[in-house]
Design a protein around this ligand. Structure first.
Ligand code: URA
Length: 201
């Protein structure tokens, strides 16, 4: 059994936080096991909890459109969440729930070894950019330990707010350029700032 499958099995049996009491299905994540790009959302919502798959509701449809806009399909990327079980009534995930789920996320990142980690929304951003504000750092990639972290607004937030929607669409279009930059020079090596404002932590 591969590590991702093992993680999914462990998630299915996890009772480390209260979300395990109200979930229907666990949502470990899905996509290419060695994808170059990993998207990390917040938490499963109603549709994800029913299906056991990430981003299958309206926010997921929008994410699919954003992926298609740069010529990508789901199978080309890996999509996971900060917490793997739905918070009741889609409330914010709590710090203890995020902490309890952290080992799964870290193990997924270690197994997939993505070149780019795209954080969706402020809870996911908070994992990698603690204390930052999404309105300040969205769409600006930063390199750390050989991985580029690229914070974006959450598609669910952008879906119904025209200004945010334009922003996430514009930010998304920077991804191909980022990946092309990576192919030329690994992120740990000194390289020029690009139009996407690549910077080092
Ligand atoms: N929002 C998320 O953050 N994750 C999902 O899987 C669905 C909606």
């Amino acid at each position: 059994m591969g590590e991702l499958e093992l993680i999914a099995r462990e998630v299915a049996g996890c009772t480390a936080c209260v979300l395990s009491k109200t979930r229907h299905k666990t949502v470990p994540g899905s996509g290419g096991a060695h994808a170059d790009i990993m998207f990390i959302g917040e938490a499963p919502g109603y549709h994800e909890d029913q299906r056991g798959e990430p981003f299958v509701g309206p926010a997921g449809q929008f994410l699919d459109e954003l992926l298609a806009s740069i010529g990508l399909k789901r199978a080309d990327v890996f999509i996971a969440n900060v917490v793997k079980c739905r918070p009741p009534n889609n409330r914010d995930p709590q710090p203890d729930e995020i902490a309890a789920c952290d080992q799964f996320l870290q193990r997924q990142i270690a197994a997939i070894k993505p070149k780019v980690v795209v954080t969706l929304g402020r809870f996911s951003m908070g994992k990698f950019f603690p204390g930052e504000s999404i309105s300040r750092i969205h769409g600006r990639a930063r390199a750390r330990n050989g991985v580029l972290y690229f914070p974006l607004y959450h598609p669910a937030a952008a879906l119904h707010q025209p200004a945010l929607r334009r922003t996430i669409e514009e930010d998304f279009k920077k991804l191909p350029e980022l990946i092309a930059t990576l192919d030329q020079s690994p992120p740990d090596e000194p390289h020029q700032e690009t139009a996407t404002q690549l910077s080092l932590f």
